[in-house]
Ligand binder design. Structure first.
Ligand code: AMO
Length: 449
């Protein structure tokens, strides 16, 4: 029966069979050390020629990184000098008695542990660079973020929904939609599940979705992807956008606890510092933030409709120094700049009851209260020069009884990148799509129709 690498730690003296990939090979004279990696961890295997039969010795000569092997051997305690208390298997090693090869691997085109290979090479070889401990850890952590998101919302009576990705109308406005040929018609890829999660508030009151969002972004930055994973939620019976903001912070606190409990060794590989989340996360209206920026830096952007990336960074630092918070909400973006579904502030309808959440200086979430009254929503569409007939299906939900409601969309890759303080979101995106790349770098002529 197979023993997983981490299970060897308490099997000293026993014979085991271990299966996995060769993470590294080290020759010490005639003795060969193999680090064998499986889904649980990495284990040191020692190959001593006199302990192995002839066939195993022949195989041992050839085995190289990423070969998949089956090792039969005896678990031994490591000598005092060889112990590594940082690894779950660091106190033991397996003395090989028999070796079989399950799959060979071509010589690797690069060194998986080399941190200097650069983004493009890293991405070109993702099927193998993802196997390096550090990058594997990113996506283990990402999987647990999603689990934490789900678990928390389910505990709060949210129902998970699957929103379609082929849609007829743009939810977020703007030009960044991908058109697709849809049989004899045209359709677009969903920028977000916005319409469907709102419709489903009429059904379940509280819903969430984890799904792909598509944006035809024409610029190459360290924050933008053409396909990202949205963690979306929507809830009815709210008083205002603060209900959504408070829920978001409770949800994020839950995720941080969940990561501590499930990903300690992965987080350590990235020298993770747990973000500080004060009981009251600071929030400022956009105009207040711009005034702070003006007072502190002299730059007057108090009439601009949004914060520039450098201003988001500034507000991130401000939150950290003044409030010991890695998070800060900016609220009340101008009505002219927010999508048509955004609820205006009754006291000053030029601004909305919307928010962005900045995490370590980068926007990771947008959200807010939405129009729930049918007539008001139709009027808002008209003010934005949209034709309500194009949104007839969505509008049905509001015609037939919708409570005050709101929600948010959180970018999974941006959240992962900020948590681990990774500068470029693409390192925190499993298979990033950007202007120049769908898996491999796109060479334009091939993609011309
Ligand atoms: P928004 O367009 O701000 O809002 O998107 C919500 C969050 O999704 C992430 N995000 C992106 N991540 C990587 N690359 C991109 N091109 C990209 N675009 C967005 C960000 C962002 O904060 N429907 C609303 C949300 C809502 O109000 O519920 C929406 O889509 O982290």
């Amino acid at each position: 029966m197979r023993t997983l690498t981490t299970e060897t730690a308490n099997k000293v003296g026993e014979e085991v069979i271990v299966q996995g990939w060769v993470n590294a090979r080290r020759n010490m004279g005639k003795i060969v050390f193999l680090d064998v990696r499986d889904r649980k961890g990495i284990l040191q295997v020692v190959g001593v020629p006199s302990e192995l039969d002839e066939a195993s010795n022949e195989l041992l000569k050839d085995i190289r990184p990423e070969w998949v092997v089956e090792i039969r051997g005896i678990v031994n305690a490591r000598g005092a000098k060889q112990q590594n208390p940082n690894m779950p298997t660091g106190m033991v090693e397996v003395l090989a008695k028999g070796i079989a090869v399950m799959a060979k691997a071509e010589p690797l085109p690069l060194d998986l542990e080399d941190e200097k290979i650069g983004l493009d090479i890293h991405l070109d070889f993702l099927p193998i660079t993802l196997r390096a401990e550090k990058y594997r850890a990113v996506f283990k952590i990402q999987a647990e973020i999603v689990r934490g998101f789900r678990d928390y919302l389910i505990s709060q009576d949210f129902t998970e929904i699957q929103a379609p990705k082929i849609v007829a109308a743009s939810a977020e406005g703007g030009a960044d939609v991908f058109e697709v040929k849809y049989l004899k018609n045209k359709a677009t890829l969903a920028q977000s599940p916005q319409f469907y999660k709102q419709i489903m508030v009429g059904v379940f009151e509280r819903v969430f979705a984890v799904g792909n969002c598509f944006r035809a972004e024409q610029h190459a930055t360290t924050r933008h992807l053409n396909e990202f994973t949205g963690l979306d939620l929507e809830m009815g019976m709210i008083k205002d956008h603060h209900d959504v903001m408070n829920l978001e912070m409770d949800m994020l606190r839950h995720i941080l606890n969940h990561l501590d409990a499930t990903c300690a060794s992965e987080l350590k590989l990235w020298n993770y510092t747990r973000p500080s989340v004060p009981e009251k996360v600071p929030y400022f209206k956009l105009r207040e933030a711009q005034q702070i920026i003006k007072d502190e830096t002299g730059v007057d952007h108090t009439n601009e409709p949004d914060l520039e990336p450098s201003e988001e960074r500034f507000m991130g630092e401000y939150a950290k120094t003044k409030f010991d918070s890695d998070f800060i909400f900016i609220t009340h973006y101008p009505t002219s700049k927010r999508p048509m579904y955004t609820y205006p502030d009754e006291e000053n309808p030029e601004f909305t009851k919307s928010f962005d959440l900045l995490f370590r200086g980068i926007e990771i979430t947008s959200g807010g209260q939405r129009f729930h009254d049918y007539n008001e929503l139709v009027e808002s569409m008209k003010r934005k020069e949209l034709n309500p007939d194009d949104f007839k299906f969505y509008l049905e939900a509001f015609k037939y009884g919708m409570p005050p409601e709101g929600g948010l969309g959180l970018g999974l890759e941006r959240l992962t990148a900020r948590l681990l303080e990774i500068d470029n979101v693409k390192y925190a995106t499993l298979f990033p799509r950007d202007m120049n790349r769908i898996d491999l770098q796109i060479s334009p002529p091939e993609y011309k129709q």
